[in-house]
Ligand binder design. Structure first.
Ligand SMILES: Nc1ncnc2c1ncn2[C@@H]1O[C@H](COP(=O)(O)OP(=O)(O)O)[C@@H](O)[C@H]1O
Ligand SMILES: [Mg+2]
Length: 368
């Protein structure tokens, strides 16, 4: 005899398309109504993309047919958000923050944290009130990169007070846990951690919170998209083909989560020899442009490999602040302008879907 519990149990093996976990763990399955042989399922998902709901429906039906149910007896109702609705009425657990910029990458080590820090400082230098949320709980590097590594945040009225550096507010799990303390993060813990970093931190009324995500497309990304209306996403990619494949996944994730794409930062794009100023192509250059076109977006900047970018990261002296005349600093400033233009455009359209973004040619070669 088929019961609701058997059906629910079976649905725990149906993963949400493009993500690691199943629809029950994510809380997307709302109701299971069983009437004789007939089952009606109601789901509430965070993506409005047609292909996501179609793929999901197919895997649900396949799974239940595997329980000997007839396909005709399975009704799947999937409720999808539309983006304007999500922005206007959706959940926002940090409503004092006007915009959320999610910095993502397909894999680690490509310069996501470096980009987060330098773009955030560039935005602050352009007059915006900015915060950085280090949501990369596996590798919380932001405190070191911004020079607040040893500082402990205060707690007032039950809220954690963000630290301040370079005119920014900063918060990271790395500031709350002891350095070197290893935490084994499981799915629900990650989700709770991301929520806490938004809700339990006394963020000011920021123009924008720049968020350094863990690499990949997992629980943290989904939780963020469900907790606040993410205004736009930026993907960081190095020019090699393997990195591009990962970046494509990161861009596809933005689309699945209905997050408008602000653009791609091409990092480690050529090497500038500090002695001669001559440029060498190490990982390639300009290769992110076709990817940007495929996703109807822009290459926001091409950041060369520059020793001062790395030294700045290691010593908590971000290049945008300390070497404002360097090629990288100028590229970060340009990227910040373009990101802000995109944020304003997205807001003026009530949170446009990425499909409506009109591409313009990407920035030209930057390294000479
Ligand atoms: N354009 C660059 N030039 C030189 N070093 C860089 C550049 N971008 C990043 N790095 C260095 O590469 C390492 C990885 O960068 P990081 O921002 O920590 O990557 P992620 O956050 O994606 O893991 C860091 O040591 C950083 O200083
Ligand atoms: Mg990082």
């Amino acid at each position: 005899m088929l019961t609701q519990d058997i059906i629910k149990e079976a649905l725990k093996t149906v993963t949400y398309p493009g993500f690691e976990k199943d629809i029950v763990s994510y809380g997307f399955l709302k109701h299971v109504d069983l009437d004789g042989d007939k089952v009606t399922l109601s789901l509430d998902i965070p993506s409005s993309a047609e292909e996501v709901s179609r793929a999901l429906e197919k895997s649900i039906v396949n799974r239940l047919v595997g329980l000997d149910m007839s396909e005709n007896n399975i009704i799947v109702n999937i409720k999808k958000p539309d983006i304007a609705q999500r922005n206007a009425m959706g959940k926002n657990i940090a409503p004092q923050i006007k915009n959320f910029l999610m910095v993502s990458s397909g894999k680690g080590g490509v310069g996501k944290s470096t980009t987060t820090v330098n773009i955030a400082i560039a935005l602050a230098q352009q007059g915006k009130k900015v915060g950085i949320l280090d949501a990369d709980i596996y590798g919380p590097n932001i405190p070191r990169m911004i020079g607040v590594g040893g500082n402990k945040p205060k707690i007032e009225n039950g809220k954690v007070i963000p630290l301040e550096a370079f005119g920014l507010e900063v918060m990271s799990m790395g500031l709350i846990y002891e350095e070197g303390e290893s935490l084994i993060w499981r799915g629900p813990m990650i989700m709770r951690a991301v929520e806490q970093l938004l809700r339990d931190v006394a963020w000011s009324e920021l123009d924008v919170l720049v968020i350094d995500m863990p690499p990949g497309t997992g629980d943290a990304q989904l939780t963020l998209a469900q907790s606040v209306p993410v205004t736009a996403g930026v993907t960081v990619s190095t020019p090699q083909s393997v990195s591009l494949d990962d970046s494509a996944r990161s861009l596809a994730m933005f689309k699945k989560l209905n997050i408008p794409i602000a653009g791609i930062i091409e990092n480690m794009s050529g090497f500038i020899c500090p002695e001669s100023g001559k440029e060498y192509d190490i990982f390639g250059k300009g290769t992110t442009q076709p990817l940007a076109e495929k996703y109807n977006t822009f290459v926001l900047a091409q950041i060369p490999i520059e020793p001062n970018v790395r030294i700045g990261g290691d010593e908590g002296k971000p290049i945008v602040y300390f070497h404002s005349d360097s090629v990288s600093a100028k590229e970060y400033m340009k990227a910040a302008h373009r990101v802000w233009d995109e944020i304003e455009r997205i807001n003026s359209e009530g949170g446009a879907s990425n499909a409506q973004i009109q591409p313009t040619p990407a920035g030209g070669a930057a390294c000479h």
